[in-house]
Write a protein that binds this ligand. Structure first.
Ligand code: OGA
Ligand code: MN
Length: 322
C-alpha cells in the first residue's frame, strides 16, 4: 500500500490547473490524498495500479510515485482509463517528456490517425475495416508478434511505451511481456562477464526481413538502425537488464553468424515461462512498460476477422533532469 496524492474527477480545480492558474502551493493544497494500491501480477515484475484516473493526474508527486512503480515493476497495468488521443499524448508528455515519432510504420506509410506520435496498433484500414490478408501494412504489423522492445532501432531509443486498448474482440488477443532484469540476474556469472561492453545493432528493417517482408531501397535507407549496449542499467534503480530483441541484427565487432547465435540464445533464455507475463486485454486497459527492462510480443489471433484497436505512445530515453 502506498500513499498517492490524487485529484478527483470533476473538480473546478482541474479547470484552473489546465489553464495554468494555480501556483505549486495551491496545487498541493488542493491535492487529495487517496490510497493507491499496487497489486503484483507476477513473481518478478508487473503490478496493477488502482484507483486512479490518469487523465486527471497532473501533480509531480503522483507522477513521481508512478515512476517509482515503473522502477520496481517495469510494467504497470491500469484498468478503466478512457483516454482520448489528445489526453493520451498529453499524459505521456507530462509523465516522461519527449515522444518517439520516427517509427518504422511512418516510413512504410502514413498513419490513418494523422499523427506519427500516436502509433496505430490495430488491424484496421482508413475505412475502419479489418485489413485484407495481403495488405502491406498488415504484413508489416505482423512483426509485432516477434519478441521485441519498442524503438530500439533509433537513438535515443524508446523508454516507456503507453498502450491504450480501445477495441478488444471476444477472442483472446493477448500480449506477452518478458522481464529482462530477472533474465539478466539469472544468467551464469561467466555469461554476464562475456556480455560486458558488448553492443548490438538494432534495425526494424532487419526484424521484418526475417519474416520475409521486403523494403524498397529508399525505405531501407531511412531505417538504418542504431547501436546500443547489450546490457543496460537503469540509472534510477541500478538494476541491469538484457537489452536484446528481434530487431538486434548483429553484435558489433563479432562475425555476424556468431553474434546472431548469441542474440538468439539470449532471447531464448529471457523468454522462458518463469520470466513471462501474459496480458489479456479489456477495453480501457492502459499499460505502461519500460522498454529498457522488458520485451513483448503480440500473440496470434484471427486478425483478418476480428477488429482489435490499441494506440501507443512511446517516450524517448533521454537523460532525466533533476
Ligand atoms: C506495441 C506492441 C503488441 C500487441 O504496442 O508496441 O508490440 O499485442 N503491441 O499489440
Ligand atoms: Mn511493440
Amino acid at each position: 500500500m502506498r500513499r498517492f496524492s490524487f485529484f478527483g474527477p470533476g473538480d473546478a480545480f482541474e479547470d484552473n490547473l489546465a489553464a495554468g492558474r494555480l501556483t505549486l502551493f495551491q496545487q498541493s493544497a488542493y491535492a487529495k490524498i487517496v490510497t493507491l494500491k499496487l497489486q503484483k501480477l507476477h513473481p518478478t515484475f508487473v503490478a496493477e495500479v488502482s484507483p486512479v484516473d490518469l487523465r486527471r493526474v497532473h501533480d509531480r508527486a503522483t507522477l513521481d510515485e508512478i515512476h517509482k512503480g515503473m522502477d520496481e515493476f517495469a510494467l504497470l497495468v491500469f484498468r478503466d482509463q478512457p483516454f482520448a488521443d489528445a489526453e493520451q499524448l498529453e499524459f505521456a508528455q507530462r509523465f516522461d517528456g519527449q515522444i518517439h515519432a520516427r517509427t518504422g510504420a511512418a516510413v512504410v506509410g502514413k498513419s490513418r490517425l494523422g499523427n506519427e506520435a500516436l502509433t496505430d496498433i490495430s488491424n484496421l484500414d482508413e475505412t475502419g475495416e479489418v485489413m485484407a490478408p495481403d495488405d502491406r501494412r498488415r504484413m508489416y504489423a505482423l512483426g509485432n508478434r516477434l519478441w521485441h522492445t519498442d524503438a530500439s532501432f533509433v537513438d535515443p531509443p524508446g523508454r516507456y511505451s503507453m498502450l491504450s486498448a480501445r477495441i478488444v474482440p471476444s477472442v483472446p488477443v493477448d500480449t506477452e511481456y518478458a522481464d529482462m532484469r530477472a533474465a539478466y540476474d539469472a544468467l551464469p556469472a561467466q555469461v554476464k562477464a562475456q556480455l560486458e561492453g558488448l553492443r548490438a545493432h538494432h534495425s526494424i528493417a532487419y526484424s521484418r526481413q526475417t519474416l520475409g517482408f521486403e523494403f524498397s531501397e529508399d525505405e531501407q535507407e531511412k531505417l538504418k538502425g542504431a547501436i546500443h549496449p547489450v546490457v543496460r542499467t537503469n540509472p534510477r534503480s541500478g538494476r541491469s537488464s538484457l537489452y536484446v530483441a528481434s530487431h538486434a541484427s548483429r553484435i558489433i565487432d563479432w562475425p555476424v553468424p556468431e553474434g546472431r547465435l548469441l542474440l538468439r540464445d539470449l532471447i531464448e533464455h529471457a523468454t522462458q515461462p518463469q520470466f513471462v507475463y501474459r496480458h489479456s486485454w479489456r477495453v480501457g486497459d492502459f499499460l505502461i512498460w519500460d522498454n529498457r527492462a522488458t520485451m513483448h510480443r503480440a500473440r496470434p489471433f484471427a486478425d483478418t476477422k476480428h477488429p482489435r484497436e490499441l494506440r501507443r505512445v512511446t517516450t524517448l530515453d533521454i537523460a532525466e533532469s533533476g
